[in-house]
Structures are given as structure tokens and as C-alpha cells.
Design a protein around this ligand. Sequence first.
Ligand code: NAD
Length: 319
Amino acid sequence: MSAQVIDGRACARALKVSLEADVTRLRGEGLGIGLATVVVGEGYSSKAYERRLRKLAEDLGVPYSPQVLPADISQEELVSRISELNTDLSVSGILVLRPLPAHIDEAAVFRAIDPRKDIEAVHPENAGLLALGVPRFVPSTAASCFHLLDTWLDSVGEDRADFYHRSLIVVVGRSNNVGKPAISLGYERQATIASVDEWADRTTGIGRHTRWADVLIVAAGKAGLIKAEHVSENAVVIDVGINPCIGQDGKVHMVGDVDYDAVAPRVRAITPVPGGVGPVTDVWLLRNTVTAARLLTGRPIEEARPALPGPTRTLLEVS
Ligand code: NAD
């Protein structure tokens, strides 16, 4: 058996098409919609991410303002730059890219973002709403994992609610960024959830847990962590990891946390890297930027969110 490949690029294209119409409508209404990213210092992955966001924002006609700040910027100066973005009427969504330098208090920076512009839900108010099951913004990477799963379930004709209710979702990695939001979204679907972190890997081994997964979401940032012996034959595997590796051609290539060649022949469905979670994550961030533009006009969250392609019953967002 060979796994079905869950095509993130196709899924992202469909999401983008449905978002385009919304952006056009909003611009017609004269709403200030714009994305600002804040990068402190220079890093390979943040540069690549910025390039992708710039292209996507251009395609969608969303003004994009990347702020690249020096690595030695002070905490006060950084917070003050965020305050300026908070009051900038042309910016509806603010994304502060990690990692921040060691001398910066990350939590204080996140608290400085206006919660209505906090499109990755890093402000405690938004992280709390997500944990309570009433998110204002669904963080883009976790949203991407479940949007891919939902879309795949539709494509194979499985009822989403029935699938999630009887499934064990194992999430490998427990970051505030990806793992914890994914756990919250799994709870919202009334699935059974297990969270595995590196301590399990160091002690009993992660396979003891991951082998039971109906859905395995892997976000550890460790190239090839998940091998064939870590998965069951009927599993659906969502690989979040993006790890730069030097290929035989001497160039940098991105690989996932899953050893794709070994795992794909064993499982029911799998996302590739690249071309899986990443493309949907990018569009989702722009989608949250559109949601934020509407929220800033005082509209309730149910009205602020753009429609999703496919069936209307999404199970993704709680309203
Ligand atoms: P992180 O470093 O903040 O968190 C990683 C988590 O994995 C931590 O909880 C850590 O304890 C855990 N972990 C580390 N080694 C482990 C092991 N051997 N076994 C089990 N758990 C282990 O990283 P993050 O921000 O959550 O990102 C994780 C990966 O996802 C990275 O490769 C990152 O580049 C990628 N990522 C991809 C997207 C996307 O859109 N595809 C978005 C964000 C992050």
C-alpha cells in the first residue's frame, strides 16, 4: 500500500481563490487591510518566509510592510515599534517572527500587540480564547494541519465529525507556536488527544505513543524523527517540520520531521515537505489578516471570518 499524498499546494490554491473575493470586497468597502511582519536580526528561515508572504500578499492585493529591525534593538524600542503598528490604520495584522534575540522578553513583546491585530494569537488574551475553545484567531500552522485534514476527509467521503470522534490524535512537539494550538483544535473536534514531547523520546521512546495514532501531527523540528516503526498502517500523518538540510547537490533543501520515504509506504495518507502544511499556513495568515480588518470595524467574529472553500460545516473554528 502507498499513502495518499495530501496536496498542500492544491489546498492552498483553493483557499487563496476564496480569499481573493473577500479581499476585493473589503477593499471596495474601503477597509484598511494590511499585513506587517516584524523580524529582529536576520535568519535564513525568516527571510524565506518573508519572501513567500510578500508574493502572496501581492497576489491578493494586500499591502505588506516587512519591518526588519537590528539584532541589537532594545526591548523598549521594539515595543515602541509595535505600538506604532498598533495605531497604524493601514495595518490590520501584525506578525512578530520568532526567534527573538535572547536579550528580548518575548512574552512582553507579544503582550504589546493589539489583540485585535494579533493574527497568530500570541497575546495571552488570544491564546486564552483559543484554549477555551472560542478563538478570535486560529494560529496559522495549527489551522493549516486541520484544514488539510478536513479537506482530505471530504475528498475521501468520510464524515468529519464521525472521524474525529473516534480518532486518537497524537501531537509530537508542544510549542506555544504549533503543538499547543494543534492540541486545542483537536479538543474542539472532540477527538482523543495525546501530546508527546522530547522527554518521552529520551525515556521510553516516542513510538510507544505514536504507534497508536489515527492522526499523527509532528512538529518537533527534528529532521527524519518519525520512522516507519513509529506509525500504524492506517495512520494519517501531518508533517509540520521544516528543516534545512544540505543535499547531495550541495544546496539547501527543506525536509520534514517525518522520514517520508520510509513512512509513506506504510500509512493511509501523508503530507509532503515541501508542499504540505507550509503553503496552507501562508494563506491562513493572510486570511487572519482579513479577519482582523473586519474585527477592527467592530464586527463580531462570526461575520469577520472569510468563508472557507468546500462544505460550510468546518468544525475548525468555533463561533
Ligand atoms: P519549537 O522548537 O518551538 O518546538 C518544538 C517542540 O518539539 C518542543 O515542544 C520540543 O520539546 C519538541 N521536541 C523536540 N525534540 C523532540 C523529540 N525528539 N521528540 C519529541 N518532541 C520533541 O518549534 P516549532 O515552532 O513548534 O516548530 C516545529 C517545526 O515546525 C520546525 O521544524 C519548524 O520549522 C516547523 N514549522 C513549520 C511551519 C509550517 O508552516 N509548515 C510553521 C511553523 C513551524
